[in-house]
Ligand binder design. Sequence first.
Ligand code: 5GP
Ligand code: MG
Length: 178
Amino acid sequence: MLKNKDNHIIEPLFSRDLIEKRVSEVAKQIAADFKGKKVLIIAVLNGSFIFCADLIRKLGGSFEVDFISLSSYSNMTSDGKVKLLSNFNQDLKDKNILIVEDIADTGNTLKFLCNLIEESNVKSISRCVLLDKRAARKTEVKIEYSCFNIEDNFVVGYGLDFNGLYRGLPYIGVLKIK
Ligand code: 5GP
Ligand code: MG
């Protein structure tokens, strides 16, 4: 339990070891499914940078990676409007794309990104998330790979922030403001 001067309480949810174990298992699944295929990972910044860094090191050297910066959150609510802050700089045509995202919450961000990528006539699109918050979903979106299902709580750590804080925590915890 971490409590700082802003009265933020972080209740641990997934430990560093458990995250490592699940990321390895999901990486194995992805490596098997895409064996012999060329894949471009598109990681959604900022939240997925640590997850993606761990995942890609478990996938080995044959996966390419690029980044896109999207935003839909202010404070602790997703406002539904996804903003494109910066785009990938390459032609996606005929590529197998694997989107790597920190959380599927309402689903708006993943939906927005899939629609954007589909405009490029890609060969395939798959989605991989660290956390799946099913209960908060507002738009249906397919998710092929997920490390953990979580309840509709606001979580931080392992790349996930609250107003810029807590990305560096090695575990994932539920943020409560008392
Ligand atoms: P969606 O578009 O699915 O509603 O939201 C997706 C984005 O909102 C995620 O990529 C993530 O950046 C942010 N988000 C959703 N839930 C949480 C949460 O519990 N904690 C944090 N830190 N970000 C979240
Ligand atoms: Mg995100």
